[in-house]
Design a binder for this molecule. Structure first.
Ligand code: SF4
Length: 400
């Protein structure tokens, strides 16, 4: 089923119960509004966002569904959970297909009707085939920055080259390795096929896993060349990735080369500006190296996302964490195009951090104390250029 990228085709209607409805076939998706409900499908006919009964359901390319709901605006509190019960998400899907069937009975533009018929014909079976394919072409995608959930993830590297932070268990299931150029090309080819026209909704490329940019620059340039052979510069706005500041840094000249090949923003898990807090996190420092890295990236005109771990070191290191994190952030040339993320520490009971917390006698912060810590850091930040975006990063909301 092809849908050319022309002007949107929009049709208004009245639903069974008299609620106003609108269906639109856009350049990147099919969108349906019925009363307070919203259904958004990509151009392969896969559900991506459904808003029902005051809850947002997001379906990742992997087939995972995450439910999110605002429970309070001030202080900001959302709850989110992965739907693990197949019957639960099958019910949501059936409900959305029922709405589409009803729209098909209306007198609508034949291109909208044709696309809806295509979605209905694909049915649930095709989604299940794609979920199996996903597991063949990817190692599990463990985490992404929140602004990258709608990217197309490619895995030129697998795992984390360090893999020993006490609070992080994302890559414990795999050894760190680079893919060969041929293996990467096959991987990209398969992902291109899997994503299909879903591509129009996913306009960024993310190089995973952790710190793909540790790869030698020559190899990275080859990975980038292959990426642009399969994905169109006119549709994809650039390449994004994690980077750490404690492996051998790239020179500004190397970073400029990477930017010329499409690198747009890199994400640094600073976590804390305090060396004492970093030692509890078992993360190498010193944090001052992160300032040098951001300076090099900005000199190469690459944007950054800096992640701060709120609650790290608990009550005992609260002031130490705030003062030193503010000091490091204020030394970074952050501005427009950059993002500062606050990620609330979630202590996994089986993590080394849980064990170290006991050893150091650390008391975990409550959500209210974390709110206060975020406010205190925010108040003390000074930006010499434009302000970066400041946002929360809830790892439980991650979906790909
Ligand atoms: S926090 Fe980052 S550097 Fe540390 S183990 Fe996890 S992925 Fe690796």
């Amino acid at each position: 089923m092809s849908h050319s990228l022309g002007s949107p085709i929009i049709h208004e209607f009245k639903y069974n119960d008299g609620s106003p409805g609108l269906v639109g076939l856009y350049r990147d998706s099919l969108r349906v509004n019925v009363g307070n409900e919203v259904y958004i499908y990509d151009l392969e006919g896969r559900p991506v966002f459904l808003y029902l009964d005051g809850k947002l359901y997001v379906r990742g390319l992997s087939g995972i569904w995450v439910e999110k709901k605002w429970v309070s605006i001030r202080p900001p509190r959302r709850y989110s959970r992965v739907l693990r019960d197949k019957e639960e998400y099958a019910a949501i899907l059936t409900r959305s297909l029922k709405v589409l069937k009803r729209i098909l009975e209306l007198d609508i533009d034949s291109r909208i009707g044709g696309f809806i018929s295509y979605i209905l014909d694909r049915g649930v079976a095709r989604l299940e085939v794609e979920e199996r394919k996903f597991r063949e072409v990817y190692k599990p995608i463990s985490i992404l920055p929140p602004d990258q959930y709608l990217s197309i993830v490619l895995q030129p590297v697998e795992g984390c080259p360090y893999n020993m932070c006490s609070f992080c268990t994302f890559y414990r299931d795999r050894r760190f390795r680079f893919k060969s150029v041929d293996e990467f090309e096959k991987h990209v080819e398969e992902i291109k096929l899997l994503v299909g026209k879903g591509y129009y909704m996913r306009r960024k490329i993310f190089f995973a896993d952790a710190n793909a940019l540790i790869a030698p620059t020559d190899l990275l340039l080859k990975y980038m060349g292959i990426t642009w052979k399969y994905f169109d510069h006119g549709i994809i706005d650039g390449i994004y990735s994690f980077i750490d500041y404690f492996h051998k840094p790239k020179t500004v000249e190397e970073l400029i080369q990477l930017r010329r090949h499409g690198l747009r923003r890199v994400y640094i898990g600073l976590e804390s500006g305090s060396m004492e807090v970093l030692s509890i996190l078992n993360k190498p420092g010193p944090p001052s190296e992160s300032v040098k890295l951001v300076e090099s990236l900005k000199a190469a005109d690459i944007n950054v996302g800096v992640i701060i771990l709120i609650g790290a070191g608990g009550r005992e290191y609260y002031n130490e964490h705030v003062a030193n994190t503010v000091d490091i952030l204020n030394r970074m040339p952050l501005g427009k195009g950059d993002i500062l993320y606050y990620s609330r520490l979630k202590i996994r009971p089986d993590s080394a951090y849980a064990r170290l917390s006991e050893e150091y006698g650390i008391t975990a912060l409550s959500q209210e104390e974390m709110d206060r810590q975020i406010n205190e850091i925010n108040k003390k930040l000074v930006f010499h250029r434009d302000k970066p975006v400041i946002a929360e990063y809830d790892i439980d909301e991650f979906v790909y």
